[in-house]
Ligand binder design. Structure first.
Ligand SMILES: NC(=O)c1ccc[n+]([C@@H]2O[C@H](COP(=O)([O-])OP(=O)(O)OC[C@H]3O[C@@H](n4cnc5c(N)ncnc54)[C@H](OP(=O)(O)O)[C@@H]3O)[C@@H](O)[C@H]2O)c1
Length: 260
C-alpha cells in the first residue's frame, strides 16, 4: 500500500505520524510532496518517508491525500498527470473549504474523491475523522478509502453539509480540551499537587470517562448523576460550573467556530 501526501504541515504531519504509529504502513510506503518551505524535508529527516518530486511517480500510489490549505487544492488536482487520473487513484482531501463538487469539477464526476475532516489525535491512532464521498463513488472505492483511514482512529461517514460541525465538535475541541487539562491541572497545583502529576491525573480521567461513556453507551447525564451524591462535593462543583455558565460557554465556543 503506497500513500502520497500533499502537504506535511499541522494536519498532514499528524496523518503521516498516525499511519506510521499504526504499524500497518511503513515509512518506505509513504511519499510526501511538500510546499515551498523546508517543512516536508525536515519531517522526512525525522520520519524517514520518501520525498516526492516527480508527479509521474504518483502513478505507483494506491491513495492520494491532500493536506494543504484550501487555495492549493484545485491547482494540485489540475497538476495531476493524465496517467493518475486514468488509473482513478482515490483522493482524500482534508482541506476544510473545498467541497466535493469543486474537486470533481476538476477530476471528473466519476473520480473517487473523499472530503475528510480529521482531528490532531490521528497522530496516535486516536483520531475522529468525518468523511463524505462523491455521489458516484463505487462501493469498493468507498470501502478502500474507509479501510485506508481506519488506522488513524474512528471514521464516521457523514453528509458533506455536516462536515463543518463535525470539524468543530471533534476537530477544534482538542484545543478546548487542552485548555481544560491546563485549568484543572492549575487547580490541582493550587491545592498542592505537583504539576506533572496534576496533568496526568486529568488526562487519565478524561480517557477513562470517555471509555466508560463509549463502552456502556451512557447518556452524559447518567454519567454525571453517577458521580453526584446528595449534598456531596461533586454536586457543589456542578452548581459552581452552572453559576459560571459552563454549558453556555462551550456552546458559544462551538458557535464561534462555525461563524466566518
Ligand atoms: N490543523 C488541523 O487540525 C486541521 C484539521 C482538519 C483539517 N484541516 C485542514 O487541513 C488544511 C491544512 O491545514 P494545516 O493546519 O495542516 O495547515 P499548514 O500547517 O499551513 O500546512 C499546509 C501545508 O501545505 C503545504 N503546501 C502548500 N502548497 C503545497 C503544494 N502545492 N503541494 C504540497 N504541499 C503544499 C505547505 O508547505 P509549505 O509551508 O512548505 O509551503 C504546508 O506545510 C487546511 O485546509 C485545514 O482546514 C486542518
Amino acid at each position: 500500500m503506497k500513500i502520497a501526501f500533499f502537504g506535511a504541515g499541522q494536519i498532514g504531519s499528524a496523518l503521516i505520524k498516525g499511519m506510521l504509529h499504526s504499524n500497518r504502513i511503513s515509512a518506505s510506503e509513504i511519499y510526501v510532496k511538500g510546499g515551498h518551505s523546508q517543512t516536508a524535508a525536515n519531517l522526512q529527516k525525522e520520519l524517514g518517508f520518501q520525498l516526492l518530486t516527480n508527479l509521474n511517480d504518483l502513478f505507483e500510489m494506491d491513495l492520494l491525500v491532500i493536506a494543504t490549505n484550501n487555495n492549493n487544492v484545485l491547482p494540485i488536482l489540475k497538476s495531476l498527470p493524465k496517467t493518475v487520473l486514468d488509473k482513478k487513484i482515490p483522493i482524500v482531501s482534508v482541506a476544510g473549504g473545498i467541497n466535493l463538487i469543486e474537486m470533481t469539477s476538476v477530476v471528473g464526476a466519476d473520480y473517487p474523491v473523499a472530503h475528510c475532516i480529521p482531528n490532531t489525535p490521528v497522530q496516535v491512532g486516536a483520531g475522529v475523522l468525518g468523511v463524505s464521498f462523491t455521489k458516484n463513488i463505487q462501493p469498493e472505492e468507498k470501502e478502500f478509502i474507509l479501510k485506508s483511514l481506519s488506522p488513524l482512529g474512528a471514521v464516521y461517514e457523514v453528509a458533506e453539509d455536516d462536515l463543518g460541525i463535525v470539524g468543530s465538535i471533534a476537530g477544534c475541541t482538542p484545543a478546548f480540551v487542552a485548555m481544560l487539562i491546563e485549568s484543572l491541572g492549575d487547580a490541582g497545583v493550587l491545592h498542592g499537587l505537583k504539576r506533572d502529576l496534576a496533568y496526568e491525573l486529568v488526562e487519565q480521567m478524561l480517557q477513562g470517562t470517555a471509555t466508560l461513556a463509549l463502552e456502556n453507551k451512557l447518556h452524559p447525564a447518567v454519567l454525571k448523576d453517577g458521580v453526584t451524591s446528595p449534598g456531596g462535593s461533586t454536586i457543589r462543583g456542578v452548581a459552581a460550573l452552572e453559576a459560571n455558565n459552563f454549558r453556555h460557554a462551550l456552546i458559544a465556543a462551538i458557535d464561534a467556530t462555525m461563524s466566518e
